[in-house]
Design a protein around this ligand. Structure first.
Ligand SMILES: [Zn+2]
Length: 441
């Protein structure tokens, strides 16, 4: 079950969100929750069995955030989680279930009942029922049950839950406000763009991979994860999904260069996360996205007789990588159908490893990122200015928190509120100043 949007109109800030309050419990059951008190997470989580080098010092990146705002607070909490040394943020942790709808029951076509029952039994095996993280898999690590498909790094779990908070503060319904029709959809787009920037700014492959894990699972959420596809700019939405697909392929190309693309390598959830990303083009075709693109040469543009690929069908390259490196795709109920669907189009070509250098950018991700920023960075005028007194973003700057309503001034919120009062009271504003994050209440 995906997190639901709040049914009551007014958002209430929660007590400061603890880290990682986002432990598997809330990811697995994915029920909206108000985090009232810091969870004794450290006690629940087993000790890490692997350690990761501390990230090298960050290069200076201009801040995307308004201070104070919930977006800034969420980003600060994530950064603290990565660096506070309490737990290995990149340990691979289990979840009882996939953090998105993933069963035949969710499909429109009803399968034969008996068949569903058999599948269920097979899926569940000896796994204990999810008890919200007491004795179930949700507090265990990959090494405890290496056969279990639902695995995410702690960092990715944390980031994944953050994405819902980011979307909630960009939804005027939660504040009893009306701004413009597409505010929440463009807000969700702003959230996706921030992840693309997080990937760009990451210093280590672990940080980049956490973005891929969290984003892939988020895109499979059928409410907030697909919300950005509903903006009134279909071309811009399509460009965003294509760019994200390229981003994931650039990660796989990096893994290939670094020898990390292996069934028994250090990336323990390759089979699950690759399956997740491989399913996205098929999912999004239901929303009218990722239906076509122009073919491009793979690898260096000038390479003679370059192979071709189509950026909208990045699922074909993912399947080809999985086969080339013997990575068992897993964790999706419709995996077999999906593989058949992709095979019907023909297996994708992969770049020649000899051409796969960091500089050659085989899937032309950097080139397209630059183009995307120029073209869609500041979005339509209301993405950067609507309701705001002044243009708050430089041109071609993507992401940020311009549509986060907690980043708006009280006067800006008042003007758009149904009752012409600031939906955030002094208490809420003080809490945001102190670093609080709005609740998923
Ligand atoms: Zn569980």
């Amino acid at each position: 079950m995906p997190p639901k949007r709040k049914s009551t109109a007014k958002a209430a800030p929660a007590a400061k969100k603890s880290r990682p309050s986002t432990d598997a419990e809330s990811v697995a059951s994915a029920e909206p929750e108000t985090v009232e008190t810091p969870a004794p997470a450290a006690a629940q989580q087993p000790a890490a069995t692997t350690t990761t080098k501390a990230a090298p010092k960050k290069k200076a990146v201009p801040s995307r955030w308004t201070i104070p705002s919930c977006s800034a607070n969420i980003a600060a909490q994530y950064k603290a989680f990565l660096t506070d040394g309490k737990q290995d943020p990149f340990a691979f942790a289990l979840m009882c279930d996939a953090p998105f709808s993933n069963s035949d029951e969710d499909d429109e076509e009803d399968e034969d009942e008996e068949d569903t029952a058999i599948n269920k039994e097979k899926d569940d095996g000896d796994k204990p029922k999810c008890d919200g993280g007491k004795k179930c898999y949700c507090t265990q690590l990959y090494d405890d049950h290496p056969e279990h498909p639902y695995v995410m790094t702690r960092a990715a779990k944390s980031m994944f839950m953050d994405l819902f908070s980011h979307c909630e503060v960009r939804d005027p319904d939660n504040f009893s406000m009306y701004t413009f029709n597409d505010h929440s959809a463009y807000g969700a787009l702003e959230v996706l763009q921030n992840l693309i920037l997080d990937f760009e700014e990451a210093d280590t492959w672990q940080e980049k991979w956490a973005v891929c894990e969290a984003l892939g699972c988020f895109l499979k959420n059928d409410s907030y994860g697909t919300l950005a596809s509903r903006i009134d700019d279909g071309e811009g939405a399509d460009a965003t999904w294509q760019l994200m697909g390229r981003m994931f392929l650039s990660m796989l190309a990096q893994f290939e260069r670094d020898g990390l693309l292996a069934a028994d390598g250090p990336v323990k959830n390759l089979g699950f996360i690759m399956a997740v990303w491989m399913s996205i083009p098929s999912d999004m075709r239901g929303y009218g996205l990722l239906e076509e693109s122009k073919p491009e040469p793979l690898g260096p543009v000038k390479a003679k007789g370059a192979k071709k690929w189509w950026p909208h069908s990045f699922d074909r390259q993912i399947l080809a990588y999985a086969r080339k490196y013997d990575i068992a795709l897993k964790g999706l109920h419709n995996l077999d159908d999906l593989v058949q669907e992709i095979e019907a189009e023909g297996e994708g070509e992969l770049p020649d490893p000899a051409h796969n250098t960091a500089k050659s950018d085989v899937f032309h991700y950097q080139r397209e990122l630059t183009r995307y920023k120029q073209r869609y960075g500041s979005g339509p005028h209301f993405m950067s200015t609507y309701g705001r007194k002044k243009q708050t973003k430089p041109k071609s700057a993507m992401g940020g928190d311009n549509l986060d309503l907690t980043a708006w001034t009280p006067a800006e919120r008042k003007a758009a509120a149904y009752d012409k009062k600031d939906p955030l009271g002094k208490k809420e504003l003080d809490m945001i100043k102190q670093g609080a994050v709005m609740s998923r209440g």
